[in-house]
Design a protein. Structure first.
Lengths: 120, 892
């Protein structure tokens, strides 16, 4: 298996999470729902891959987490840090977007319907 | 900032792992509950809602594991868990672990021990200021073998005034003097030096001001500096010693200093006493030296290079100066040049070849040990192949598998290395107690940071070395094959078998090289102890007496003292006869000079033949059992008074007289003075057999003997032949001496057999160590081939069972198994012989009377290795013949 699409997907995944944070989501739960909406049929967003990504981004210093609550349910609240903003809007994300568009175009038929491409 | 965040996360993951886990658990569960709630709101039953939520999440534990993998420090965590896993593996396979650790401990321990000696002898800086700038200057004569000849005082003065490469230059010569007053009389070794000696070395005294330039003025030179040892022993470390007065040869001397504890200056070349100094005293050149009148060569010279001047520049300039001196005084300086030797080479130069060879030998031992452990790991990898295949199938990457195996190897290496260092500490101590005192300085060898770093490096290198191949092969095995064929006959299994065979061949080859080296040294040693010293060494007591010139001021007094002493010793019951000699044989000490044979045409002084001069007492040749070959021995009149007669040895007659009858010939022996007129020719009255005066490995040199009456020396070695153990007579003889002069100490008491053993000590020590390493190598190689054959017998149990069931005889099975061992052994021996042929010449100077390619040694060690290897194969081969076909066939 070629590893390039995998890392590409992972980085796109990071970008999607950051984008949804910037829009104003605060909980893993919301991020998961939001990214699933965006991803639509392009790829399946499993909560199982959300947590590792969130942890990695926290350790990278892109986001910060602390315990808050949603109603009675204790939940981790997530805030994007400066580094996260830079990552989401900076030149690296521009390059990544171009890259992903190229990758997405490879799938052909549904490229015009790809919500990921549109939201990136 | 990101770095700080990362670091904080890493520390949190490592040290607050429990809290991180709890947070993770709560987070994932919260998510699960939200999912479940959503599903319930969508109208599912609670049970179904929960199930769907779990499916959507992908399993609580799996999600947590995925997060853990992404966590910072996860790498460290997994390395730790690999270590724990490895440790569990080792505990479970205790036999394997013990063998591997022991093997590695031997290899790494031997390397560390030898390296600690090399470190202290060859690497550690000498205890002087900028020691790399210090050199020794020797005279060297193109017609003599000795390139480290002592220096004449006038030449020293000329070198000093004419050179531009040295910032300072000091002379040193040593003598034994009597230290009296404050306690028993004691003979001490005193180095007479120029006053700049300590400042040249950059060493400040522990106590006192030391020598000042003023001490170089006449009348101010009655000062001494004590060695730390003498100060501690004789003066109990008296802190107020400086300024006190001691009696040296009856003359008062003021103590102006004590050297630091680690200070030492002992250069064996050029030493007249052959012993370490205990005291230093300034020496003033008499006017005769300045006037070029005293021409003897007897001093050692140390010098410090000016900053930026290289050793070679100094050598070139000194050679130029020597050439000019040769032109100015061809009689005295003809053929003489200057040899500049760095202090490091001077001190350790003659130990270097032996040490480097031993270092090479232990490196070989470590290689053999690594091959053994690697082979063990390969065998174990065969049985763990399924485990690895399953891990791969479960998603472990090649790197992950290789890493785990490498970590296990490194862990093994670390345990082995740790035990090895412990072994080395113990081994070094044993080494030093076993090593002759005159070979290694006991205090100097110790573990330091450099040795520990070396041990760590050797350990890691060994771990990578023996771990690489097994982990590489395991990581590159094809799992489908493994799972299908249960690990047998797979491509990785055959690669492993090939590697193990190659290891065994390499081990046998390396072991053969070591065995050859040690075989050659043993043969040399046997040759050496087979050398007839030329006299009888049994039951011979030797000790030195040095008469102080103040008390025994005339030749008559000195001669009378020795005569009385010898006659008193002769009367001691148990003493068969007693005599004396200027230098004890076999200690490398002696004095040589030019000899002019009157019958031969006159040549320049510098072209004259050179001979050792030995001054002997009455009945010397009888007491020593040196045979008379021609002529007669000294008679009573000649022993009593100067009659100008001499006895030569066979080597002198052979080398200088070429078959001409030596008896009655006259020879001028330039020993008493350099002036021609003061040297009366001596008549040769006899020829005696050769004696290996300088040591068994040195050919007897042309020697002339004079009776003591001819040259009344004040320092003589007394030789007493006893009918039994001579040391038992020591106290009686000492009594006799004290009755004669209670102030005279007995120095350098030894039996001739001890002196003989000492003279062989270096050869014996090198031979012994190399022998031990070769034996270890042989043992490891034997274990290696044994392991291989035993393993292959186990693997082939089924096949052997079928063969036996089909009617194969015990003999056939034995032959079958032995064939594999024999092939490997022959290959190993062949490669080893070739390698040994290429390498044995490095032994060079360590060999005596044996060529580096001695066929007998090669054949012998090849035979020994082959026999041991085949015996090692024979044990599993015999087990193979006992295979019960029923059990073997039921096996699978």
């Amino acid at each position: 298996v070629n590893s390039e699409p995998t890392t590409l997907l992972q980085e796109t995944w990071d970008l999607l999470i950051l984008k949804s944070l910037i829009v104003g989501e605060m909980h893993g739960w919301g991020i998961s729902r939001r990214t699933q909406q965006i991803a639509g049929t392009t790829f399946v967003v499993k909560p199982g891959s959300l947590f590792p990504a969130l942890h990695r981004m926290e350790e990278e210093g892109w986001i910060s987490c602390f315990w808050g609550s949603l109603g009675t349910q204790p939940l981790r609240e997530i805030l994007p840090l400066d580094q996260g903003w830079t990552e989401a809007t900076g030149s690296r994300s521009q390059a990544m977007r171009a890259h992903f568009l190229g990758y997405c175009a490879g799938f052909g038929s549904f490229v015009e319907r790809c919500s990921v491409c549109r939201s990136l | 900032m990101p770095l700080f965040v990362k670091l904080r996360s890493l520390l949190r993951n490592l040290f607050l792992s429990r809290r991180v886990e709890v947070d993770l658990d709560r987070e994932v569960h919260a998510h699960l509950e939200l999912l479940t709630d959503e599903n319930i709101r969508a109208g599912m039953s609670p049970k179904e809602a929960q199930r769907t939520a779990r499916v959507e999440l992908g399993g609580v534990e799996q999600v947590k594991e995925q997060v853990r993998e992404k966590q910072m420090g996860n790498w460290l965590h997994s390395v730790m868990s690999d270590c724990r896993y490895g440790a569990r593996q080792f505990r479970r396979n205790l036999g394997f672990t013990l063998v591997a650790v022991f093997t590695l401990a031997l290899g790494i321990g031997a390397n560390t021990a030898i390296f600690s000696v090399i470190n202290s002898v060859l690497l550690r800086p000498l205890p002087y200021h900028d020691p790399d700038d210090l050199v020794m200057l020797w005279e060297s004569n193109s017609q003599h073998v000795n390139s480290h000849n002592t220096v004449s005082p006038p030449n020293f003065l000329d070198w000093q005034s004419r050179n531009s490469v040295f910032s300072s230059m000091s002379f040193i010569f040593d003598e034994r003097d009597n230290l009296t007053g404050n306690g028993d009389p004691e003979e001490v070794v005193v180095q007479d030096v120029s006053t700049n000696f300590f400042s040249l070395l950059g060493v400040n005294p522990l106590l006192g001001p030391g020598f000042t330039p003023e001490n170089g003025q006449p009348g101010h030179d009655n000062v001494v500096i004590f060695s730390y040892g003498l100060w501690k022993e004789r003066f109990a470390g008296d802190p107020s010693i400086v300024g006190k007065s001691v009696l040296l040869n009856g003359h008062p001397q003021t103590v102006v200093g004590v050297t630091p504890q680690n200070f030492d200056w002992f250069i064996k070349d050029g030493s007249l006493t052959g012993a370490k100094p205990q005291m230093w005293s300034p020496f003033l050149f008499p006017q005769a030296f300045h006037d070029h009148k005293q021409m003897g060569r007897f001093m050692s010279v140390a010098a410090r290079l000016k900053p930026g001047v290289t050793h070679w520049q100094a050598q070139i300039e000194m050679s130029t100066i020597a050439a000019r001196l040769e032109q100015e005084d061809p009689d005295f300086n003809g053929h003489w040049g200057v040899n500049v030797v760095s202090l490091r080479d001077q001190i350790s130069g003659d130990l270097r070849p032996a040490l480097l060879i031993l270092f090479g030998a232990v490196a070989f031992v470590l290689l053999i040990a690594c091959a053994n452990v690697s082979s063990l790991l390969l065998a174990r990898a065969g049985s763990r192949e399924r485990e690895m295949a399953i891990r791969t199938a479960m998603g472990a990457s090649r790197w992950r598998i290789a890493r785990q195996l490498l970590i296990e190897s490194l862990l093994l290496a670390l345990i082995g290395g740790g035990s090895g260092v412990a072994l080395a500490v113990w081994g070094t101590n044993t080494l030093l107690t076993a090593s002759p005192q005159n070979l290694l300085d006991l205090r100097a060898v110790s573990m330091d940071l450099r040795v520990l770093l070396f041990a760590v490096a050797a350990t890691l290198l060994a771990g990578l070395l023996f771990g690489f191949l097994p982990s590489y092969i395991s990581a590159h095995s094809r799992i489908s094959e493994t799972l299908k064929e249960a690990g047998r006959g797979s491509s990785s299994a055959s690669r492993r078998a090939f590697a193990r065979n190659a290891f065994v061949v390499a081990q046998l080859g390396l072991a053969l090289v070591l065995l050859t080296g040690s075989g050659l040294l043993i043969r040399s040693f046997v040759r050496l102890i087979g050398v007839d010293p030329g006299f009888d060494t049994a039951h011979l007591l030797t000790f030195k007496i040095a008469l102080p010139r103040s008390k025994y001021s005339t030749d008559q007094l000195r001669a009378a003292f020795f005569q009385q002493l010898l006659s008193r010793i002769s009367t001691v019951p148990g003493v068969r006869s007693a005599t004396m000699e200027s230098f004890p044989p076999l200690t490398g000490l002696g004095a040589a000079t030019d000899v002019r044979l009157l019958s031969q045409r006159s040549v320049a002084r510098s072209d004259l033949p050179v001979a050792n001069v030995r001054v002997v007492g009455p009945d010397y040749f009888g007491t020593m059992s040196i045979p008379l070959r021609a002529g007669r021995l000294f008679n009573t009149q000649e022993l009593a008074a100067e009659k100008h007669v001499t006895i030569i040895n066979q080597a002198f007659a052979d080398k200088y007289l070429h078959g001409v009858n030596p008896l009655g010939q006259k020879a001028v022996i330039y020993m008493k003075s350099d002036a021609e007129a003061e040297n009366q020719p001596s008549e040769i009255i006899g020829v005696v057999g050769d004696v290996h005066q300088l040591g068994l490995d040195t050919a007897p040199e042309p020697t002339v003997y004079w009776p003591h009456s001819e040259l009344v020396m004040s320092g003589m070695t007394i030789l007493a032949r006893a009918s039994n153990n001579p040391l038992a007579l020591l106290s009686t003889i000492r009594n006799q001496l004290q009755q004669l002069d209670p102030e005279l100490p007995m120095a350098a008491v030894a039996t001739m057999d001890q002196l003989l053993a000492d003279s062989l000590s270096r050869s014996r020590f090198t031979m012994l160590l190399l022998g031990i390493f070769a034996m270890v190598a042989l043992m490891l190689a034997a274990v290696g081939i044994y392991g291989l054959i035993a393993y292959s017998v186990t693997q082939r149990t089924q096949e052997l069972g079928i063969r036996i069931a089909l009617g194969a005889q015990r003999r056939d099975v034995l032959r079958l198994v032995l064939k594999q061992g024999t092939r490997l052994t022959l290959l190993g021996v062949a490669i080893g012989v070739l390698a040994a042929l290429a390498l044995s010449r490095v032994l060079g100077t360590l060999l005596f009377g044996v060529s580096a390619t001695d066929p007998l040694t090669f054949a012998g060690v090849a035979g020994l290795l082959a026999i041991v290897a085949l015996l090692a194969c024979f044990i599993p081969a015999r087990r193979a013949t006992r295979v019960d076909p029923m059990i073997a066939l039921r096996y699978e």
